[in-house]
Design a protein around this ligand. Structure first.
Ligand code: PEP
Length: 257
């Protein structure tokens, strides 16, 4: 991984494959990344389904000289090995060379009922093994229409208080913008990213490193405008990370931002 200091200055572009991928397609995609010029100002990561993480990590080492970080989409809330059938621990993710772990993606909350308490346990497990958690927060359309978006985000961010880390990475992903093609306006993004920045300082202290990514229908056409918004330190990209062309274009936009 890049040096600690450098990565907290870079723009982060993390692809979230969700439940997509096949061995052969993944390999083909990794090989396409070989031609991508080195971009010093951008940290690139790919969050693959757990079964493909080792394949990805090996490909990063062998084909890509570690230019792309390996990210996991989730982790167990249980800290230790044991009788938890189907679970994958933070220690296992560290063992196979994972760098970053998404926590609390809205699809985990929507389909698996994960809320603050479970997310906090997962954050602690990830930090305890030296990996970087990327906490996802976002309001529903109903909450935004009721003018409650800041209240909702403040509640989701409250789990950051008292964590044993000086490095905080958050992805703001309005639920109504994920996979819908509806992007938040740059004014909405600016207001929320400014708010999140302030909240993190008040919860974690003024001396923390902070990255705040935007997520929600980011694509090759809108990325440059989003990266130009104050306090946007990168993007969490779903659908558009599945194709080399669109993901590379977003990385390019981050580099030029
Ligand atoms: C996501 O999965 O985190 C996401 C933002 O998806 P999409 O870019 O497809 O909206």
């Amino acid at each position: 991984m890049q040096s600690e200091n450098t990565m907290w200055q870079q723009k982060w572009v993390i692809g979230n494959w969700k439940m997509n991928g096949r061995l052969q397609n993944n390999n083909a995609l990794m090989h396409r990344f070989r031609v991508m010029p080195t971009v010093d100002s951008v940290l690139i990561g790919l969050a693959a389904p757990t079964v493909y993480l080792l394949q990805l990590h090996n490909a990063m080492q062998i084909v890509l000289n570690n230019r792309i970080l390996t990210c996991a989409q989730d982790v167990s809330k249980f800290p230790d090995n044991g009788a938890y059938t189907g679970e994958v621990s933070a220690e296992m993710l560290a063992d196979i060379g994972t760098d970053i772990v998404l926590i609390g993606h809205s699809e985990r909350s929507l389909y698996f009922g994960e809320k603050n308490e479970i997310q906090r346990l997962k954050m602690e497990n990830v930090l305890n093994v030296g990996l970087i958690p990327l906490l996802c927060v976002g309001e529903s359309l109903e909450e935004r229409e009721a003018g409650r978006e800041q209240e909702v985000i403040a509640d989701q961010l409250s789990i950051l208080k008292g964590l044993n880390t000086k490095n905080i990475a958050v992805a703001y992903e309005p639920v109504w913008a994920i996979g819908t093609g509806k992007v938040a306006t740059t004014d909405q993004i600016a207001a929320m990213h400014g708010f999140i920045h302030k909240e993190i300082l008040s919860l974690c202290g003024n001396d923390v490193n902070i990255r705040i990514l935007y997520g929600g229908s980011v694509n090759a056409n809108n990325a440059a405008a989003i990266f130009a918004v104050p306090y946007v330190d990168g993007a969490l990209v779903g659908g558009a990370s599945l194709s080399y062309e669109s993901f590379a274009a977003i990385i390019n936009a981050a580099q030029e931002a």
